[in-house]
Design a protein around this ligand. Structure first.
Ligand SMILES: [Zn+2]
Length: 272
């Protein structure tokens, strides 16, 4: 499943091909993904010029000079392909630009989504409006975490997965950020002091930025024909490393526990 770094890399890659271009042809190739694709999507995008690309949590935002924004979510298996040599049954949306590039949104499992709405309404869209601050770009700080965790007895791991507290964080990067901040994922959110939450607020963007840097090669390849965006491999410190040696300087091994049905990887010695 693409996590925030992949979505960010996807948006940056799409920007290199789409920003400032006019869309000359749009072909939705099915009526729905996770939910219906707007029936007038092709009509509203054809002929429009793309004025900006951005991201909110795991939603990619593509704005046009007609005052519309195309909002995409990659779901479990979505990816954008550039100048694909063949179009297959999993290519659900094709976009052609005035300089001859063709982009395809490919999503075999179809848990992704495509929405189109007036740009002025995006921030108030309930899905977006309910989100907490972005973990990248300096919007997240330790005081915000302290305020939102106040008197909360839930484990900090679970609180960090709550999109109303921090937008766009998934299981992998919550585990990685807690390891980097040396915080035990089982600890009650309300019991963690300000200094440690300040460290956490720095660790979260740091692990995401490292992952985005690891996806740099994906970004370069995207400019080539048949390039694709959406996934890259990354070496994690704790995620997926059960039983392997801790990299935090202790002699212990990484443990795996299950919290609310999802795996948590951490070091019992380093994380308190
Ligand atoms: Zn350790």
């Amino acid at each position: 499943m693409p996590e925030l770094p992949e979505v960010e890399t996807t948006v940056r890659g799409l920007a290199t091909v789409l920003d400032g271009r006019r869309i000359v042809r749009v072909e939705p190739r099915r009526a729905d993904l996770r939910r219906a694709i707007p029936v007038d999507l092709g009509q509203r995008l054809t002929g429009a010029r793309i004025t900006s690309l951005g991201r909110r949590a795991k939603y990619g935002l593509i704005a046009t000079d007609r005052g519309d924004t195309l909002i995409f979510h990659l779901g479990m298996s979505g990816r954008w392909r550039t100048d694909p040599e063949e179009i297959g049954k999993h290519d659900h949306l094709l976009i052609e630009t005035d300089d001859g590039h063709r982009l395809s949104l490919n999503d075999p499992r179809r848990f992704g989504s495509l929405d189109l709405m007036p740009t002025a309404e995006v921030a108030a869209w309930p899905t977006i409006a309910a989100l907490g601050p972005e973990p990248l770009g300096g919007a997240l700080d330790g005081r915000w975490l302290k305020q939102r965790f106040e008197r909360r007895s839930a484990a900090i791991k679970l609180l960090l997965l709550d999109q109303r507290i921090v937008a766009g964080l998934g299981n992998i990067y919550v585990c990685e950020a807690l390891f980097r901040a040396r915080i035990d994922p089982r600890k009650a959110g309300g019991g963690i002091g300000q200094v440690r939450l300040n460290a956490l607020a720095e660790a979260i963007p740091a692990v995401l930025e490292d992952a985005i840097a690891a996806g740099g090669s994906t970004l370069r390849d995207f400019a080539q024909p048949d390039g694709e965006l959406g996934y890259f491999s990354k070496q994690f410190d704790v995620y997926g490393r059960e039983g392997e040696p801790c990299r935090g300087g202790c002699l212990g091994k990484i443990r795996r526990i299950v919290q609310a049905g999802r795996s948590t990887f951490f070091c019992l010695q380093c994380q308190r």
